[in-house]
Design a protein around this ligand. Structure first.
Ligand code: NAD
Length: 596
């Protein structure tokens, strides 16, 4: 019989603790909520009532249920109040000595059979447990932020945690409506071990002015479907907490430089910019604790007139290529009202592209998103050609030919001879340096990267890649074109992987390494990222969709350019590619897709 938990204690009512109290009280469990001082207790109470009031306002919680929920919580200062509870969850700041002191005290105060749990994100549960006389009753129960919303709980079992304690805690998680994954005691467990390298890398991009905070966040939200961008997530986690987690992971996790906290984080913590909880972090919030972002001195100002910043007018666009990307890009421009000249390597290819564009537009008509007249008008705006000379009078050329530098350079050299002066020349390359392509022309200031995502008609993001030779006018024009296409253009530097792939693929590679090390299973890792961090797909699902060969190629490029040891492709990824397990396209990747 699983143990009954009729009352639990929560120690520390900050970002996590207040949410954990809410989770228990919502599920009918009495909670003793403990803080260090009256003032801190009051802050915790305000956080809880703020959250439950919002749930009532959104119609997600009845007023009577809120009142019942709040009546189950007993707010107290000091650990002595926990003498009668069945389980304690500690959620104080991420410092080993503090947690050890609290556990020693809990051991003294709590009844002998009580389970003592820590919500630590990165510290060793084992080291915390040895501060007590009952290490076999100590366990990690790692909730995710915001605790009432995120479905995942990581249950961390040390080598001495007894099996019935693990089973009881797993049963409790189910009662709370959570999905648990049980793992052993390793720095960062599953989710944070995969998340924090990515977050730190994103802060590094911001610190080095590689892209703005808005563009980094928009890129990951729109390019990967994440619920929030990495810098907004750092603000939600709290920069002080994030710093401690990174620092611990660096020390415990093999001194991987990717976990060495970017200096800016420490500076922000010292300056009191802790994120949402202090009202300011990477963004500025309405008031401390508020989720509402308000404009500050870094908020980009929308220019009144598109032409004010030297943007060039674009009406006629050339698209070179006949593959998936070119086809999608032709459709996007034609639908947005641009006159398009499509240049392929022959009439046969043009006919295929024409059919593909027509089929795609027809789908829009069937779904009621496009009228027949608009479809015909869009098709009518496309001119089909097999000679680059027809690009003599376009205002913008978008190149989407094969991903080979020699081919792209030869093409840009030809465009340089054919196109009129002032034309913006764009490449859709996803992995080659844009500057190499630019230097094949006599006009590198007019060359920019326009990295569309697949499928181009659907994906809302375009990375606008500016080289060290791209002029401000060219970048502004490219951004304005993205806006006219109804897409978000994010501006970044000319480095391998731009923003999205540089942040996404090392994370996927880390997931492969975690699987390779037998720390967890592909299913649990996928679950953890979806339910703990709100990712639309787990890393192994995504790798199988993207293709393991494509992923390996991108990871190799990142490694070669940045020489970061942690970016070295995981041997398991290499082996699967060598074995021909490339993902869905071959029927097998990390999973077997031939069996349903
Ligand atoms: N922030 C996140 O996103 C997140 C997610 C999962 C787990 N965690 C983990 O949860 C724990 C708490 O992190 P947080 O972000 O909520 O921190 P926080 O700084 O927001 O809150 C910590 C709270 O602990 C209180 N406290 C400090 N000393 C105390 C004591 N001796 N007795 C009682 N209360 C005390 C503080 O007053 C504060 O309210 C950490 O171990 C962290 O790694 C954090």
């Amino acid at each position: 019989m699983a143990r009954e938990f009729t009352s639990v204690g929560v120690v520390g009512l900050g970002t996590m603790g207040a949410g954990i109290v809410e989770v228990f009280a919502r599920n009918g469990v009495n909670v003793v909520a403990v803080e260090i001082s009256e003032a801190a207790l009051e802050r915790g109470r305000t956080t809880l009532t703020g959250s439950t009031d919002r749930a009532v306002a959104k119609g997600k919680l009845a007023e009577a249920d809120r009142d019942a929920l709040l009546s189950r919580v007993d707010f107290q200062v000091g650990l002595d109040a926990l003498h009668a509870v069945d389980l304690v969850i500690e959620a104080v700041p991420e410092h080993l000595d503090l947690k050890q002191r609290i556990f020693a005290e809990l051991d003294r105060v709590c009844k002998p059979e009580a389970i003592l749990a820590t919500n630590t994100s990165s510290l060793s549960v084992t080291e915390i447990s040895v501060a007590t006389s009952r290490p076999n009753q100590v366990i990690g129960i790692h909730f995710f932020n915001p605790a009432p919303v995120m479905k995942l709980v990581e249950v961390v079992r040390t080598v001495v945690t007894s099996a019935d304690v693990v089973a009881d805690v797993e049963a409790l998680c189910k009662r709370l409506g959570k999905v648990d994954v049980t793992i052993s005691d390793r720095a960062g467990f599953i989710a944070n071990a995969l998340l924090f390298g990515y977050l730190n890398h994103a802060v590094g991009m911001f610190e080095s002015h590689y892209a703005t905070r808005e563009d980094i966040d928009a890129a990951m939200k729109l390019g990967c479907g994440l619920p929030m961008g990495p810098l907004a997530l750092m603000d939600l986690i709290g920069l002080d907490t994030a710093y401690e987690i990174l620092d611990t992971m660096y020390r415990r996790g093999g001194r991987d430089r990717r976990h060495a906290p970017v200096p800016l984080i420490k500076q922000m913590v010292t300056a009191g910019l802790l994120g949402r909880k202090s009202g300011r972090g990477f963004y500025t919030y309405e008031r401390p604790g508020s989720p509402v972002v308000v404009p500050d001195e870094y908020t980009p100002v929308a220019t009144e007139s598109a032409l004010a910043d030297g943007t060039r007018g674009i009406t006629k666009v050339g698209v070179v290529g006949s593959g998936t990307m070119a086809t999608g890009i032709i459709e996007v421009f034609a639908k947005a009202g641009y006159e398009v000249v499509s240049v392929t390597r022959g009439a046969e290819k043009s006919a295929k592209v024409f059919e593909a564009v027509k089929t795609s537009l027809n789908k829009g008509v069937v779904r009621g998103k496009l009228s027949e007249a608009d479809r015909d008008a869009a098709l009518g705006r496309i001119n089909w050609s097999a000679t680059l000379e027809h690009l003599a009078d376009v205002d913008l050329v978008v190149e989407a030919v094969v991903e080979e530098l020699s081919v792209k350079k030869a093409l840009f050299a030809s465009l340089d001879e054919i196109c009129k002066p002032g034309v913006v020349l764009a490449t859709t390359t996803s992995s080659l340096p844009v500057i190499d392509v630019a230097m094949a022309t006599q006009r590198p200031a007019d060359v920019v990267g326009l990295h569309f995502f697949n499928p181009a008609p659907i994906m809302p993001l375009v990375e606008v890649v500016q080289t060290i030779r791209t002029s401000a006018e060219t970048t502004a024009t490219a951004k304005a074109v993205c806006a006219a296409l109804g897409k978000t253009g994010v501006v970044c530097g000319d480095r391998s992987g731009f923003i999205v792939n540089a942040l996404l693929f090392p994370y996927l590679n880390d997931a492969v390494r975690m699987l390779e090390a037998s720390y967890s299973t592909a299913d649990d890792i996928d679950h953890a990222m979806k339910l703990g961090c709100g990712y639309p797909m787990g890393p192994f699902e995504l790798l199988d969709v993207v293709g393991l060969d494509v992923s390996l190629a991108i990871q190799r490029e990142l490694y070669l350019e940045l020489r970061e040891p942690g970016f070295a492709p995981a041997p398991l990824l290499e082996h699967l590619v060598t074995a021909g397990y490339l993902g869905r396209k071959t029927g097998r990747g990390f999973r077997d897709h031939t069996r349903r």
